[in-house]
Unconditional design. Structure first.
Lengths: 310, 207
């Protein structure tokens, strides 16, 4: 099934087929290859097994798989961009994964990853990802719209926000052994941002399960916000009445706001947000308001002072 | 001594050669311009520390010849600082002077870096033997005391760029602080202060 949306990228831009790893191909390649592919040990069959490609009309080149999996900000594994790719596959073995869903909802619970995702149909969406550090990529994510998952837990009228937590396990995540950030990593969205059709709960990218350095096995993708809001390796989701704590906002409140919408008109205190370096390109690009998703999300912020609510 | 200085220059240019080679062969990762600029800055700071370490090493070992390397390392550090600045303004920002000017005023870490660089210029210029002669030892020494301001500014410039995980600038800061302290101790111990390099006679070493 092919679904066209305004935010999409061209089908011709999506990663060539030889990078796709369907489940049959993985099993055929044997156990040795499984380790080489760095699939989570003990997780059983690949989570990404058949998905609908929501092809798009955006005219931008997808970032090569090798680049998107080698240049990551995931301080749980170190503060260098090369640390997550070097360390996470060796030390992070997600195993059977459970997510706690609680807070202001009628059906809270602890739910296994398969049970969380599989009632929904997986889709592939190619989104821009804009880091607050002024570099960006284009990545074909695979997942389910977060809104569809959240409504199964029946949030009450008190649920004004959704809060997220990353795993805290210094044994697997050596970066957490020092207080570079106040662990565990936390993020949050307003309820309308969380249920917006663009917001994706992702389990894969480039046709396969998420690699450890990309936030395996479960992460958020909120393409119109700076990348740090797309929290990785999620273990808990909570519906809250009050604005949740977000790690970067706790660390440097004058630099990282709750909303952190991509906005070329609002600079980071220490650098400009007007342009960005698209990984792989020599010339810098002009940053787009809401990372180019203004048509879809600007209405969420109507009447808001975007400089004050940065 | 001339040979030692030539070797020092050769060694000093090795990191640059590696950075350029890595840059053109894809060895600088997926964001090579940023890595190149940062690498040049790292080496400018390291050679600055090396320059500061010369006198303490001479104090500890009594190897007089080491002092001759101070100017060499200082000039190498300045070379890297120039290239670091060129890489940022040219490669990264493509000489967009409007944006660069705004950055200079608004981004405090850039202001700090620029001030440190501007202060380095008279130090680099007065490394030339003829100018040392014109200045005289006392004035040369006074001018080069600026390094006590420049070194902390450089560490501050580095510190202000980090988002989290301050271990590296902290380490550099401690190194710089210790080296500067050792030189200050020498001053209080009334040892002869580190003077300018000897003005060469026509037949003596260049360098």
């Amino acid at each position: 099934m092919v679904i066209r949306h305004a935010w999409d990228l061209k089908e011709s831009d999506v990663t060539p087929e030889h990078l796709f790893f369907g489940r049959r191909k993985i099993l055929a390649m044997g156990a040795g290859a499984l380790t080489a592919l760095a699939l989570p040990k003990g997780a059983g069959a690949a989570l990404v097994d058949g998905y609908a490609k929501e092809t798009t009309t955006l005219n931008e080149k997808v970032t090569p798989f090798e680049d998107a999996t080698a240049y990551n900000n995931f301080y749980e594994f170190g503060t260098d961009k090369s640390d997550p790719a070097a360390i996470a596959p060796k030390m992070f073995h997600p195993g059977p994964w459970e997510v706690v869903v609680d807070g202001e909802c009628a059906k809270p619970g602890k739910i296994g990853l398969e049970a969380l995702i599989h009632p929904q149909k997986l889709v592939e969406r190619t989104y821009r990802l804009r880091c607050v550090e002024a570099w960006s990529m284009v990545i074909p994510w695979i997942g389910v719209p977060l809104g569809d998952v959240l409504k199964r837990f029946e949030p009450t009228s008190k649920a004004k926000y959704v809060a997220f937590w990353t795993l805290e396990d210094p044994k697997q995540m050596p970066g957490q052994r020092s207080p570079i950030l106040p662990w565990p990593y936390r993020e949050g969205l307003r309820i309308d941002e969380a249920v917006h059709p663009l917001t994706l709960l992702s389990v894969g990218a480039y046709g396969r399960d998420l690699l450890p350095q990309n936030g395996a096995p479960l992460r958020l993708v909120v393409p119109w916000k700076y990348g740090f809001k797309s929290i990785k390796s999620i273990v808990r989701i909570s519906f809250t009445e009050t604005m949740p704590q977000c790690t970067w906002n706790m660390t440097a409140p004058n630099e990282y706001g709750f909303y952190s919408n991509v906005n070329p008109a609002v600079d980071h205190p220490r650098w400009s947000q007007a342009t960005e370096r698209r990984i792989g390109e020599f010339l810098r690009r002009k940053t787009l308001p809401f990372n180019g998703y203004a048509d879809q999300v600007a209405s969420l912020y109507q009447g808001m002072d975007l400089k004050a609510n940065f | 001594m001339r040979r030692i200085k030539r070797i020092a220059w050769g060694v000093g240019m090795l990191p640059l050669a590696w950075l350029v080679l890595a840059g053109v062969t894809g060895g600088l990762g997926v964001n090579p311009i940023e890595a190149f600029t940062r690498g040049l800055g790292d080496w400018a700071l390291r050679f600055l520390l090396l320059t500061l370490a010369v006198t303490p090493v001479r104090m500890l070992t009594n190897w007089g010849w080491v002092s001759g390397l101070r100017r060499t390392f200082g000039l190498i550090a300045f070379t890297y600082a120039c290239l670091h600045l060129l890489s940022y303004t040219g490669l990264d920002q493509l000489f967009d002077w409007g944006t660069l000017y705004k950055d200079l005023l608004k981004r405090r870490y850039i202001t700090v870096g620029a001030v440190a660089y501007l202060m380095l210029i008279p130090l680099a210029v007065t490394s030339d033997s003829r100018l040392i002669k014109r200045l005289g030892g006392a004035r040369w020494r006074a001018l080069h005391r600026l390094i006590y301001v420049i070194a902390p500014l450089v560490v501050l410039h580095f510190w202000m760029m980090i988002r989290a995980g301050y271990d590296r600038p902290l380490l550099y800061g401690l190194a710089a602080g210790s080296l500067l302290a050792m030189r200050l101790v020498r001053v209080t111990m009334r040892e002869a202060p580190a003077g300018p390099p000897p003005v060469p006679r026509p037949s003596a070493d260049g360098g």
